[in-house]
Write a protein that binds this ligand. Sequence first.
Ligand code: ADP
Length: 483
Amino acid sequence: MNIAFLASEVIPYAKTGGLADVAGALPKFLGRLGADVRVFMPYYREVRAKHLPLRTVVAKASLDLGCGPKEYSVLEHAGNGFSVLFIVRDEYYDRECLYGTPAGDDPDNGERFAFFARASLEAMKALGFRPDIVHGHDWQAATAFAYLKFPYVNDPFFQGTRSLFTVHNLAYQGLFPPEVLASVGLPASLFNMNDLEFYGKVNFMKAGILYATAVSTVSPRYSREIQTPEFGCGLDGLLRTRSKALSGILNGVDYADWDPASDRLIPANFGPSDMAGKAVSKSGLLRMFGLEGAPDRPVAGMVTRLAGQKGVDIVCEALEDIFRLGVSVIILGTGEQKIQEFLTKAHKKHPDRLGLKIAFDERMAHTIYAGSDFFLIPSRYEPCGLTQMYALKYGTVPVVRATGGLDDTIREFAQAGTGNGFKFEAASAPALLEALRRALAVRARKESWEALVRNAMSADFSWSRSAREYLALYEKVRTAPRT
Ligand code: ADP
């Protein structure tokens, strides 16, 4: 089966969050199941800086989406089990950040990502890669479904093509002024409620939800949640109309990158039968964050975007109480100015209790997963969440809010010795503290704690299972009528 993946970030080339982990790992596992997957992504400055071995597959092509012809080229890289095709257009992608600066999103993101989607479809034709499935991820790829539905509707090349749109986070929809349609080569007539109009704007994500043959999300619970007003971000009604075509497949973990037994980014390796390396990793972590003065204190780690979604403000509110419980906190994250400022102040006040790094740093992230005792994820909503799955593998016990994928993957630890973490319902500091108290009580009982850590480390969220589910979904979508 030929699968064309369209994703705006893919590990190990460019990453701001979980989408990159998924788009880099799933193709590898689909490849092992016999699918021919080609991954299309923009050629960002940070990709160029990696000096990858590349082959030019389209030297010079041009696209006119309404603002005059714009040139691009396509470079191919032999990835880990799949081929990656980079869309090169420096005016759009040779920038410091993928989507914008801390001051805000890039104003031309509509044109940039529509161009990426359209050039990817053109590249498929140039390469003679006829996809059975175009699998696009999030709003950045979503105009591909509008192009397949309108300008390419009678193109013989795509007659056998069906499509899948995966929503990784419904809150980021790609909203642009109505004029964007004219500059991305889509008919102005799509500016109506039943197509892409959304409260006076053009909504790219609607193109994926409306025009893809099928829609998926990254956990079963999130696929149900987004059909409710609470989690639907204004699109729940539309999603309900597509409920028959909507499903949820839990993301997986690529244990080649996330296994404490082989991870080269952590201070010492360890596994369920030899945990000595976890203690060494904890010492390394405490040194890294200047907390080595209190080696016996339990550590609660966080690796997160500093965004309202992630409930970091709940941790901020609970911080002093967490310290009173005798727990140190280590946070690695980037994001909203307000949260950064609060944490920076708190760090100045409690340098011996709070470890803080405002950065995106893969090594530090791995060290936090390896060296912490608990991992805090108080998300307001969580489409899937990867960090709880990584924490589990490193024997770091998740304390999470019961929402989305967190609820699907974490089971409350019980006296009987079952469960792999702690969950709370309310998005509030008292609820978080109460769950942390339960976690500390278990930690105080050596045997129970060891049973809990064993359960955590034995959880298997390998991609091989989820990749099989995707393949089954592709098979179903492939025989569905065109939308
Ligand atoms: P989301 O995609 O909503 O941010 P996920 O839990 O799905 O959340 O994925 C987050 C991914 O990004 C994980 O791989 C996590 O380790 C990583 N990550 C988040 N913030 C940082 C950071 N500051 N430094 C390094 N890795 C980070």
